[in-house]
Ligand binder design. Structure first.
Ligand code: IMP
Ligand code: MG
Length: 185
């Protein structure tokens, strides 16, 4: 058996499995406090695929009735950078009108994808839309996206793990780390 195959590609660990678990539990408590008395129902929504792991853990940290739903988008244009020209590949499965939507996002980078997704969701007249992002990259040119819940601020480096991929790999790493630069082509 080849051990630590994925781990060998990581330059350094940014957030350990324990840190992630602790922070996600806190975010769940914050959400419970804010949504305990809302009417109309809560929908936890994730944008596939990166946020799926975070949402699965966040959902289990929220002891309130809620729906889980998913949408998938693709951004056209330059593949390395998001263009903000977002195309809906998969829509939500149930209507969100009148409901309190919490968008679970893995990482806010340029912010362009998320700001388009929020515009799109608002057209459906939900009772509210808020964002819970596990990570927010520190970059000065980030689009102005109001994130009510932020797990961690992180440096402007390419990171993988806990849902985040490089060329569709490393999503299953249990922690978040910086990929060795020589592996990025
Ligand atoms: P944005 O529109 O630039 O904010 O794009 C955000 C999306 O790009 C995230 O939901 C991730 O899927 C992806 N992304 C941004 N930065 C990273 C990174 O460092 N590693 C892996 N994926 C990333
Ligand atoms: Mg994503």
């Amino acid at each position: 058996m080849r051990e630590m195959q994925l781990h060998n590609d990581i330059a350094r660990v940014l957030f350990s499995e324990e840190q992630l678990a602790r922070r996600v539990a806190e975010m769940g408590k914050d959400i419970m406090r804010d949504y305990a008395h809302v009417e109309g129902g809560i929908v936890l929504l994730s944008v596939l695929r990166g946020a799926a792991l975070f949402m699965a853990d966040l959902a289990r940290a929220i002891d309130l009735p809620l729906e889980m739903d998913y949408l998938a988008v693709s951004s056209y244009g330059n593949a390395a950078k998001s263009s903000g020209d977002v195309h809906l590949q998969k829509d939500v499965s149930s209507p969100i009108a009148g409901k309190h939507v919490i968008v679970a996002e893995d990482i806010l980078d340029s912010g362009l994808t998320l700001s388009r997704v929020i515009d799109l969701l608002r057209e459906r007249k939900p009772a509210s839309v808020e964002v819970a992002t596990l990570l927010r990259k520190q970059r000065p040119d980030q689009a102005d996206v109001a994130c009510k819940y932020v797990g961690f601020e992180c440096p402007d480096e390419f990171i993988v793990g806990y849902g985040l991929d490089y060329a569709q790999r490393y999503r299953n790493l249990p922690y978040i780390g910086v990929l060795k630069p020589e592996l990025i082509s």
